[in-house]
Design a binder for this molecule. Structure first.
Ligand SMILES: Nc1ncnc2c1ncn2[C@@H]1O[C@H](COP(=O)(O)OP(=O)(O)OP(=O)(O)O)[C@@H](O)[C@H]1O
Ligand SMILES: [Mg+2]
Length: 562
């Protein structure tokens, strides 16, 4: 680890289990607190033991989460559900409404989707800001925003709002952010796009809000044909194929194997690749004039992205979910398979198959079955509730507070409490430092991957320097100019981790601006990381056309000089 001088103080007993949380947007990052005002309001409006000394206020009663969002409750919202399988035009129709409205917000599950929407609206001359945990791109005169769902704004009023991939409200780690957006966005029109499996739950949840609901069902715009025969041999790989597998190691093994046949070059897309690298890999694959005509990907391709895939080939129907190796669910199979034959792409019919014949029955039966109905949506207490609890119980120990809520939360039958294993791990580290509850909370919701040693050490060091000195200079732990093109998969993984640490610095710099002043340096080093990663990916190819080599070198050198 040449570039980072991270002290190895973090306890290895924190374990290595990973959740979605590490690679995607952090939880609760929306909360901007005005603590003093909050306590005053709370004491004035509610009775609880420390304020009034009479009635006990039960902070852990989460049975009426719709009451947490007074702005949205003042509106009579018209909620449109755009429901259907993948590639059926759900997002397209919702975006048309967003585009024609006087003000609006798009909330998506991925940074890449928010980027796509901001690009599309700006191109259509509808100025649109892009806001994710790590990006703020403001456009003059913008009344529209494209955001990642955790950044959904529940304080402003909009004419139109879109929440994409709404079925994710059932996700055990991120579901509560979708619930928050669903209950909290104050808009005249709210468009929800996703799998029809979410309809009964959404109807149930919105019974108490007084919103008006209209459900639209969509059909696939292009056929999806499950193949009767498996792939069997890699010599049968064709242009437009996408091979799906679930481990990084397998992705590289398959890329190499296909490229060794000397007929195709492969782009790769997987969760821990920097988002900008993923975009460029996807763009290269989509570009008919590029030599990268096959995609090897994880389920990171499963949501909303427009990829010119002709055929999805499952290399396996099993996936390690952080706890055990299990069969893919019906929804996962349909979501991934549905990527083939994107409407408007050069492949009007999608095909799907598996490498092994024994996987075909599960594939066929899943594609015929409806996705199981969603039973419950994720929920998590607001920071305000945790803060009040901390005051009443005179504790600043975030781990203890979180555990208390996890153990005692009272929920209605439509909800489950979010899995915050990762957050608890961060809290255990951060509670050792002399920080206030809000600062601790910020570090806990940051996009750290505690299963990644370098990433978790980065967080510890940032938090320690912040607690001890109040200012964190990037150069204290990172030496610019030392990054190199990785030569081995292990070095590649390290570079991906370094990217995560730099990403974390940028995230913190948006929330603790004065204490993390080196955002520009961190951003430029992040860009270099992604270019070096791409350079590695391109070098893996069997025959890099000379023109392309020069092109990527030029791109790399211009970035290094910036
Ligand atoms: N009426 C239409 N006219 C032109 N293009 C369309 C139309 N409807 C959809 N498309 C295009 O078809 C593709 C798939 O549409 P869209 O992204 O809306 O599907 P989706 O149902 O949201 O799929 P997913 O579940 O994968 O997100 C997009 O490229 C979109 O621009
Ligand atoms: Mg969509």
């Amino acid at each position: 680890m040449a570039s980072f001088l991270l002290r190895r103080r973090i306890s290895s007993s924190l374990g290595v289990s990973r959740t979605l949380h590490g690679n995607m947007e952090p939880i609760w990052q929306h909360v901007e607190l005005r603590i003093a005002a909050l306590v005053t309001i709370s004491c004035a409006t509610r009775k609880y033991s420390s304020c009034a000394g009479t009635t006990k206020f039960d902070f852990t009663d989460l049975t009426r989460p719709h009451t947490w969002y007074p702005n949205a409750r003042r509106k009579h919202r018209k909620v449109f559900l755009h429901m259907g399988p993948t590639n059926s035009g759900k997002t397209y129709h919702a975006l048309k409404q967003l585009e024609s409205s006087s003000s609006g917000i798009y909330c998506g599950p991925l940074r890449l989707l928010a980027w796509e929407v901001a690009k599309r609206l700006n191109k259509a001359k509808v100025p649109c800001d892009l806001i994710t945990g790590q990006e703020r791109e403001e456009v003059d005169g913008a009344e529209h925003k494209a955001v990642t769902v955790e950044m959904a704004d529940v304080t402003s009023d909009y004419h139109c709002a879109v929440i994409d991939e709404i079925q994710m409200l059932g996700c055990r780690t991120r579901g509560f952010s979708f619930t928050r957006a669903l209950l909290g966005i104050s808009a005249d029109e709210l468009h929800l796009c996703g799998d029809a499996a979410a309809v009964p739950l959404i109807q149930e949840i919105l019974k108490v809000t007084g919103d008006e609901i209209e459900v639209h069902y969509y059909e696939r715009l292009s056929p999806l044909v499950p193949s009767k025969v498996p792939l069997v041999s890699f010599s049968h790989i064709q242009t437009g194929d996408c091979i799906v597998t679930f481990s990084r190691r397998e992705i590289y093994r398959l890329k190499k194997k296909i490229e060794n046949e000397e007929k195709h070059l492969c782009s790769v897309v997987y969760g821990s690749l920097p988002p900008e690298t993923r975009t460029r890999q996807a763009t290269m694959f989509n570009d008919a004039s590029s030599d990268f005509d096959v995609l090897v990907a994880s389920d990171a391709i499963g949501m909303g992205l427009n990829l010119n895939i002709s055929r999805i080939i499952f290399s396996t129907m099993k996936k390690f979910d952080g706890i055990e190796m299990r069969d893919l669910t019906i929804s996962e199979i349909k979501q991934i398979a549905g990527r083939a034959g994107r409407y408007g792409s050069k492949f009007p019919v999608g095909e799907v198959t598996c490498i092994d014949a024994e996987d075909l029955p599960l594939l066929h039966s899943s594609l015929k079955s409806p996705s199981p109905t969603l039973e419950r949506a994720g929920l998590f207490p607001t920071f305000e509730l945790m803060f009040m609890y901390s005051r009443v119980h005179q504790t600043n120990d975030l781990h203890q507070i979180l555990e208390h809520f996890l153990d005692n939360a009272k929920l209605s039958e439509n909800y489950f409490i979010a899995d915050c294993e990762e957050t608890l791990k961060v809290a255990a580290v951060i509670d050792e430092l002399p920080l206030g509850l809000h600062d601790k909370y910020l570090f806990c919701i940051s996009p750290v991957d505690m299963g990644d040693e370098i990433s978790s050490q980065g967080l510890t060091q940032f938090a320690q320097n912040y607690a001890n000195k109040g200012i964190v200079r990037l150069r204290e732990i990172f030496t610019p100019g030392t990054l190199q093109v990785p030569k081995t998969p292990a070095a590649l993984k390290e570079l991906e981790s370094i990217h995560k640490v730099l990403d974390l610095y940028v995230w913190l710099s948006f929330r603790l601006e004065d204490s993390f002043p080196d955002r520009e340096l961190a951003s430029s080093q992040k860009a270099i990381c992604s270019l070096l990663i791409e350079e590695f990916l391109e070098r893996l190819g069997w025959e890099m056309p000379i023109a392309r080599r020069f092109q990527s070198r030029r791109r790399l050198s211009s970035q290094l000089l910036d």
